[in-house]
Design a protein around this ligand. Structure first.
Ligand SMILES: [Zn+2]
Length: 261
C-alpha cells in the first residue's frame, strides 16, 4: 500500500482550518487550545488524513447521543459498553441502537469486531496499544499518543499515561494537572510525540494511530523513522504540543451545548 504518498499534506494557511459545529456553542476541534503553529499543522494534518470534514458533518442527534453514551461508559467503567448497557443508558430500542452504532462505525467513530461488539471508540480501544491511560481507578488503552494525551481533558480529570518507546521499548510516563488541561510532568525529560500521517481501510485505529506515538528522544524517533517509515510524513511535537492537539480533538466530544450560543 502506498498510502504515505496519498496523504501528503502541507501546513494549512490560517483561515482554512477545519471546524465543525458539533452542537450549539461547541466546535470540533477546539482550535482555541492550540497555541503552537507546529501543533496546528499536526492537528490539521490529522483532520485531513481522517477525512474529518466528511466524517463529522451532519452527525445526527441519535448518533451523537450514542457516541456520547459510549464515551461516558468508557470513562465510568474503563471498558466498552455492552449492548445491554447502552440500551439502558440511552433508553433506545436495541434495533435503533444497532443501526446508529452501524452509522458511527461508517464514520469511523467506533470500532466493532466482526460480531458487532464495540471494541473501540476514539480515544479508547480494547486492544493493548502500548498507550495506557489511568483515569482515577480506571485503566484504559488509548488508540495512540495524542488520544492518550487528550483523554483526561475530555473528562475534565487528570490522567497518568504509561507508554513504550517504539524504538527501544523504554518506558515513557506522563502526568497531567489542572483536570487534564496541563502537563504536570513527564519522563524521560527528552520525550517527544511523533504525529505521523497515514490513513487507509477507513479505520484510523489500524492506520493513523499506528504512527502517532511517544518516543523517549528525538534520536529514537529518527532511528524508528529510518527503520520503519523512511520518508513517512508527519510532524514532530513537544509533549506540550501533543497535549494541545489531544485537547483540541477530544475536549469538544463530551462538551455540553452552550446556553449562550
Ligand atoms: Zn526509546
Amino acid at each position: 500500500m502506498t498510502t504515505a504518498e496519498t496523504f501528503e499534506t502541507t501546513a494549512p494557511a490560517t483561515g482554512t482550518r477545519l471546524e465543525i459545529s458539533l452542537r450549539p456553542g461547541v466546535a470540533f476541534p477546539d482550535w482555541s487550545v492550540v497555541t503552537s503553529e507546529t501543533a496546528a499543522e499536526a492537528l490539521q494534518s490529522i483532520l485531513e488524513a481522517f477525512g474529518a470534514e466528511t466524517r463529522w458533518s451532519g452527525l445526527g442527534d441519535g448518533e451523537d447521543r450514542v457516541r456520547r453514551a459510549i464515551l461516558e461508559h468508557y470513562g465510568e467503567s474503563g471498558e466498552a459498553p455492552s449492548m445491554a448497557a447502552l440500551t439502558q443508558s440511552t433508553g433506545m430500542a436495541r434495533d435503533v441502537l444497532g443501526e446508529l452504532i452501524g452509522k458511527l462505525e461508517s464514520r469511523d467513530m467506533v470500532v466493532l469486531d466482526p460480531g458487532g461488539t464495540i471494541t473501540g471508540a476514539y480515544p479508547f480501544t480494547e486492544r493493548d496499544t502500548g498507550h495506557r491511560v489511568r483515569l482515577g481507578d480506571r485503566l484504559l488503552n488509548a488508540m495512540c499518543a495524542i488520544d492518550a494525551l487528550g483523554a483526561g481533558a475530555m473528562y475534565h480529570t487528570d490522567a497518568t499515561i504509561d507508554a513504550t518507546c517504539p524504538a527501544c521499548g523504554g518506558a515513557i510516563h506522563v502526568e497531567t494537572e489542572d483536570n487534564g488541561a496541563a502537563l504536570a510532568g513527564f519522563s524521560p525529560s527528552t520525550a517527544v510525540v511523533w504525529s505521523g500521517i497515514q490513513y487507509f481501510d477507513s479505520c484510523a485505529a489500524e492506520s493513523l494511530c499506528t504512527v502517532i506515538a511517544f518516543f523517549c528522544s528525538d534520536e529514537h524517533l529518527v532511528t524508528w523513522r529510518n527503520a520503519k517509515h523512511p520518508g513517512g510524513k508527519g510532524v514532530r511535537l513537544s509533549m506540550d504540543e501533543g497535549l494541545q492537539v489531544g485537547k483540541a480533538i477530544f475536549t469538544p466530544l463530551l462538551a455540553p451545548a452552550s446556553l449562550a450560543a
